[in-house]
Design a protein around this ligand. Sequence first.
Ligand code: GCO
Length: 442
Amino acid sequence: MPAFPPGFTWGVSTASYQIEGAVAEGGRGTSVWDTFAHTPGRTRNGETGDVACDHYHRYAADVDLMADLGVDAYRFSVAWPRIQPDGVGPANPDGLDFYDRLVDALRAKGIKPLVTLFHWDLPQALEDKGGWLNRDTATRFAEYASLVAGRLGDRVEQWITLNEPFIVTSLGHVLGVHAPGRAGVEHALPVTHHLLLGHGLATAAIRRHSTAAVSLANNYSPAWAVGPDGRPETATDDDRAAAQLYDVFHNRLYTDPLLLGEYPPGVETLSPLEGLVLDGDMDTISQPLDALGVNYYNPTAVRAPQPGADLPFDLARLEGYERTGFDWPVVPAGLRELLVDLLHQRYANLPPLWITESGCAYPRSLDDQDRIAYHDVHVRAVQEAIAAGVDVRGYCAWSLMDNFEWAEGYSQRFGLVDVDFDTLVRTPRASYRWYRSLIRGE
Ligand code: GCO
């Protein structure tokens, strides 16, 4: 494989609720994901993150695994209800202590902490007051960010305020298949605006404590118009118009406000913006970012909606590609396209990009050649984007180890490291050794 620019950062990613377990320890409060996962019928087989990978107790061994892997960086998230069990007020010292120990353990091994502040585990007490539908949650988020930055700000390499606000909006509040399980298209813009405002307020709060870079991680997905057979060649003009609108909601809605200071045209086909955006909000949201995180899995196949449908587009199955065990198409060209066309060519003031997640689930195996092939083609797509002039600074594989895959429970394994969920034993896979060689430049 051709060389990457000097200083290119290789990492792995995880998220608090997906790996930590210990949900009732260290003074942690309840999050919306605890509530959701414990509600019958919400997750596969009723599985929860109560134990997950038990990383809360095994973090030191997990840091050793990362050190052996040779990564430069580790992207993890802080569980808000460990810091503020009810989402307000002073910090819970045990919660801050846990992340303090983790950050020190990483730095002792030369691994840079990339810290996500919100990877979906909102304190339930805030949800009870409306959650992200309530503008006050944005203020609460900044207060929480300030507590974390005040404690860890001298040792963190990069802050990532929000992870995938599009998923929080779409799966959590429009379709209701993720926590908090609210369904209704009218929730889309209020949730989006309050998340973005929370990002802006938190950015300002972090900068008062820390000189580390501030970023936000979006999941981007090129919108590909397809025809009835799921292939781009048979798409009609109506399918293309629907795909263009889908691109507005999935990609531009969470990027134009940050980089251009305005909502993209077309968003009001979902619900009105009026009354949501107060004076000064767009300035708060669009203050300069030091980096932008990109999570990529696949393009989205889009068709024109059926008459009378709720949404102005219809999502389809993309045909003509190999698929992962999760039944997601493997399309590395989509990663190159989003880096070059959707970001580099669209935004003149684009900050440096980081691939904050890229990965795949396959049926359980220690000899996971399919995962190696997946990362190999996606790393090459990043290289092509760099060669085309895009400033990409790092690649974080999702994920270090198998974990709780949200509504899919433990059925989807994304790890470079296998986890036996009965014994919690970790076993590195072939992909772990492949990634180590890649990092070493072998
Ligand atoms: C997301 C989240 C991760 C997922 C991963 C695989 O992108 O949904 O950031 O928590 O586990 O993407 O679906």
